[in-house]
Structure formats: structure tokens, C-alpha cells
Design a binder for this molecule. Structure first.
Ligand SMILES: [Ca+2]
Ligand SMILES: [Ca+2]
Length: 181
């Protein structure tokens, strides 16, 4: 498996299967509601083909992986149609098999502050992705500081008591510098 000088990559395109991800709450694996990428026919999306619900509190969990490289990074494509300043989502990592989670920050930071009127036990605990993307956009998260750890990721999404849209679509999740289990 390992070859010197080659960065290990885990790639989940979700086209033929759900990637062994676990979608809690409103997360649904299937055809995305937005105009799909050319090569995309399946993805994970809050609310499935419909809008996400009010008072949403939903986490999408990745399969386990081991971070092997100090330059490791998480990269994914996402589409956002989310009520800005009211609803949103962010990405977290667990190094203790899901008991606790640490907020990850993307290159460039999150574009919106913590939504004020959400109440989710899992918790966003910080700023979020929200608003309306220009089609699919790429997100990059450095995770090399956690090299040597068995890890899982979660995409946490929360909404407030009113107004909802298509939601958050996650596709083409890649982890550079990591191996499965
Ligand atoms: Ca949706
Ligand atoms: Ca809302």
C-alpha cells in the first residue's frame, strides 16, 4: 500500500455507495437536488431532494481513517443553499472514536458567524458555512496536526425555527495523507 514519495489519498465520490458514512437527522444519500457536477450522480444532502427542516440538528459521520502525514488535508466539494445568519454547518474531527469532536477550520475561514437561534446538543460551537454558493465550491481543511491518529469527521448542520432552503450538499470527499483505518 505504501510507496515512498507518494501521498496516500482516500476518496469517497458517493456515486456507487454511501462511503460507509452515517447520516443522522436530515442527511440523505442519493441524487443531489442542485444541478449536479458533470461526473456526480450521488451525494449527501440535508433534507434530501427537499428543503432541510426547521430546528434541524443533523450530523453526517465519515468512516474511520488514520492520518499518516503531517501535511494531511481534507478536501471536498459542496453546494450551499442555506438561510444566512440563521442556519449553517461546519466540520469537526474526533480522535477518540466519536466521544468528543474538535472544530476544524477551512483555508480562508468560515464565511458566517455562529447562528444565534439554533439549539443542537451536538453543537456547531463556532462559525459556519451558510448562504448561497456559486454552484459547487471546493473546501480545504489542513488536518496534518492530527497525524498519527485514528479519526472520524462529521459535518454538523443546524437550522433555526423558520425559513429553509435546499441545504448543504457534500460530495467528492478526499483525504490526502491518510489511509482507511
Ligand atoms: Ca435538500
Ligand atoms: Ca432557518
Amino acid at each position: 500500500m505504501y510507496s515512498r514519495g507518494t501521498t496516500q489519498v482516500i476518496y469517497w465520490d458517493f456515486d456507487d455507495d454511501d462511503g460507509n458514512f452515517i447520516g443522522g437527522g436530515s442527511w440523505v444519500w442519493g441524487p443531489p437536488s442542485s444541478p449536479p457536477l458533470a461526473l456526480v450522480n450521488q451525494a449527501w444532502e440535508t433534507g434530501g431532494l427537499g428543503n432541510y427542516p426547521d430546528m434541524d440538528c443533523s450530523s453526517l459521520y465519515s468512516d474511520f481513517f488514520t492520518i499518516t502525514d503531517s501535511t494531511a488535508r481534507l478536501v471536498f466539494d459542496h453546494f450551499l443553499a442555506i438561510q444566512p445568519f440563521a442556519d449553517g454547518g461546519n466540520v469537526q474531527i474526533s480522535l477518540d472514536q466519536g466521544q468528543t469532536f474538535i472544530l476544524l477550520f477551512p483555508v480562508g475561514g468560515y464565511p458566517y458567524p455562529p447562528p444565534p437561534d439554533v439549539n443542537c446538543p451536538e453543537g456547531l460551537h463556532g462559525p459556519v458555512y451558510s448562504g448561497f454558493s456559486n454552484g459547487y465550491e471546493r473546501a480545504v481543511f489542513p488536518i496534518g496536526q492530527y497525524a498519527g491518529n485514528l479519526a472520524i469527521l462529521r459535518w454538523v448542520f443546524e437550522s433555526d425555527p423558520a425559513v429553509n432552503y435546499q441545504g448543504w450538499i457534500i460530495d467528492n470527499v478526499r483525504i490526502f495523507g491518510a489511509v482507511r483505518f
